[in-house]
Design a binder for this molecule. Structure first.
Ligand code: 5GP
Ligand code: MN
Length: 361
């Protein structure tokens, strides 16, 4: 499958590569590693995304080759001149943001490299596997099946970033022994040391983002026998702390880290609606739940965007949880169980409403 896809890919000369809005490590790592590999084969590569590179990835070598779509004639021309469009790490037109109309109207063939379920049908060639923990792993397969000697330190770094970030640092259920073999090869070929990459990705926060985290942690609410935990970030909070919404990346994992919690949510209020991040442990699957709100993703990590207020999004999503998850009482109840724990205590309810009161209408 890799060979056939590669043959089609390498038959093209001017290649435009894009990825999803609010790009994460796998989006940028996949795009960049593919772009650099193709450049090393003499291809003319253009990489443009609807959204900017988040701060936590700005250190990546060669990341300056990935541009943000400014709607200029020059960028549109570059895209129009492409004889191939490759979309990585998303399979849905509405996830490529402002580039969607440009991609849709282009006459060039459109290829997909991805690991999400339910691909849309406008791609002419696809290299996809839902069981892959990251798209970067698929890019590795393509490069390795062509010529693994082309994995430079820069390409290896991009591949490693994609894999580390999309596996929650090798903790999600899609992590299998073969993935570690792939990672071993990437580390060896790129002569990489993992520590500086982890430091750059995760120990690189601003003080304001930690202040934001502390405020977000204070909103954590538990429901359904403490098996669902959620956090709330109203827009006003971001404004008050002069923080960017990118800085909330990873916050939801703190709610998931609570012992009793099986599923965690983060509600992020934006100007146009509310972004919901869904995360789960082990067998609890959140993708069908996210899909029911027009979103999608993976078993343990999904997302959706609702064009609704923060309050109605919270109540709709939290109330719908039992339709998608089994919240049977665990066999050994937590020692903190109290009657009526699904109800917020008076103190918590007034705290929550004071938080919600922080938002502007
Ligand atoms: P996050 O919560 O980190 O934004 O997203 C987690 C995962 O959910 C992403 O890797 C992506 O697969 C998926 N996802 C997030 N937001 C959306 C969305 O609005 N629509 C779809 N289809 N998938 C999403
Ligand atoms: Mn991915």
């Amino acid at each position: 499958m890799a060979d056939q896809f590669l043959e089609q890919l390498l038959s093209k000369q001017r290649i435009f590569i894009t990825t999803h809005i609010r790009p994460d490590g796998d989006a940028i790592g996949s795009q960049l590693s593919l772009g650099l590999f193709l450049e090393s084969l003499g291809k003319e590569v253009v990489m443009i995304n609807s959204d900017h590179i988040p701060d936590n990835l700005s250190w990546m070598p060669a990341v300056e080759k990935v541009k943000t779509f400014d709607k200029s004639l020059k960028q549109r021309e570059l895209i129009d001149q492409a004889d191939l469009i490759v979309v990585v790490d998303t399979n849905a037109l509405d996830r490529i943001g402002d580039l969607a109309p440009v991609v849709k109207t282009s006459n060039a063939p459109k290829f997909l490299i991805d690991h999400h379920t339910n691909p849309e049908t406008w791609f002419s060639e696809t290299y996809a596997r839902v069981s892959a923990a990251s798209t970067a792993e698929l890019i590795y397969e393509l490069i390795a099946s062509h010529n693994p000697d082309l994995i430079t330190p820069t390409i290896a770094t991009a591949l490693y970033v994609g894999i580390v970030t999309d596996t929650g640092s090798f903790r999600y259920s899609a992590v299998v022994p073969e993935l570690h073999r792939v990672v071993a090869d990437i580390l060896e070929r790129g002569e990489l040391s993992p520590t500086p990459i982890h430091v750059a990705l995760y120990d690189n926060r601003s003080l304001s983002s930690l202040r934001l985290l502390s405020r977000a942690l204070a909103t954590i609410t538990l429901k359904y026998e403490e098996q669902l935990g959620y956090m709330i970030i109203p827009q006003k909070l971001l404004r008050d702390l002069q923080a960017d919404s990118d800085e909330t990346d990873g916050f939801v994992n703190y709610a998931l880290s609570i012992r009793t919690v099986k599923v965690a949510l983060l509600f992020l209020e934006t100007a146009k609606g509310t972004k919901v991040s869904f995360r789960s442990k082990g067998d609890a699957a959140v993708n069908t739940w996210a899909q029911s709100f027009g979103g999608g993703g993976h078993k343990n990590a999904s997302g959706a965007f609702l064009r609704k207020s923060l309050e109605s999004t919270i109540s709709e999503v939290v109330e719908s949880a039992p339709r998608f998850l089994d919240f049977a009482k665990p066999p050994t109840p937590s020692t903190h169980d109290t009657p009526g724990e699904d109800q917020l205590s008076e103190e918590d309810a007034s705290y929550l409403s004071s938080l919600l009161g922080m938002k502007d209408d």
